[in-house]
Design a protein around this ligand. Sequence first.
Ligand code: GDP
Length: 362
Amino acid sequence: MQLKKKGDKTALNVMKGIESPSSVNKESAKKFLKNKKRNFELDEVVNGILAGNISVLSTAITLVESNLEKHRILANKIIEKCLPHSGNSVRVGITGVPGVGKSTFIEALGMHLIKTNHKLAVLAIDPSSEQSGGSILGDKTRMEQLSAEKNAFIRPSPSSGSLGGVARKTRETIILCEAAGFDTIFIETVGVGQSETKVHSMVDFFLLLMLAGAGDELQGIKRGIMEMADTIIINKADGSNINRAKLAKKEYENALHMFPPSDSGWIPNVLVTSAVKNTGVKDVWNLINDYEKLTKQNEFWQHNRQQQAKYWMHETILESLKTNFYQDETKKAEINEFEEKVIKGEINPFEAARILLDSYFK
Ligand code: GDP
């Protein structure tokens, strides 16, 4: 599957041409962090977040995203203080191949939410940061209408590090956004499986956007991702595409029947939408509300969040161990030495790993 190129107008990317409002301006946050004279007062930051102050929220997210130890320590304290005020949102994951209409759909659904007095945060996980080692994101966002709304907060994907690291940062950002009063959180991604799994593990409801007419293979959608979906949306059901979309709906409904029933008690379904014509979009929100009602009643909602919290504990442990191990300066030479030996066949890779780990944990 093709990853996004710089300059694409996509949901995970940025569109040139409009200035971001302060809510998405990372510059002010960077300045804030660089100001050495400025002492971070924990309570000041936490109170700012709880009061819904967007520039304080942005600064706190920048701390979460920072790889500096001192920022990390402060970020952890902020998260701890925000935790009791978090959890009260509906978290929705949104995925689909580039061009399927994610950003257009998010803008349409997002505007519906804003008009019905919701506060919406849109976050993203960009799996390409791991592969490219750098960011393909800029400081401007591309959902023009939404980004102009004071009750919408759009934050691009954390831009560096492993997918695990990026996902952990997003997970923590959810907590901060909830503490700041956002009642709906969208987390958008595009990828080849891995990033969807990460997003699935941090949301209550998972949406998969598809196109009519293109085969699953063509769309790069793996069976596993379809299985994760609580709802499949066939987008671009407009103009001459309407009938094809209806046909695709039937096909996907049949395909979904083949999957084993979900623990949530929810039966995944297929909707058709046109994000540009804004048809079917509200139905998606009604469906999410139905899901929330059902799973709060049968207690899956809470159970799922508990399981997710457990998963994130283990993910964080694994990520920390990995980072610690590979960033340990004293180990670098030793690791290089063993790499050479493995390449030359002087030692087998499993034995090399065992020796390195033994000496690390000593
Ligand atoms: P993303 O990469 O998944 O975020 O896709 P975009 O939202 O950027 O949309 C890609 C292109 O498809 C843009 O030119 C949109 O205007 C167009 N598009 C999005 N949704 C629809 C739709 O419902 N109908 C039609 N006809 N075009 C759409």
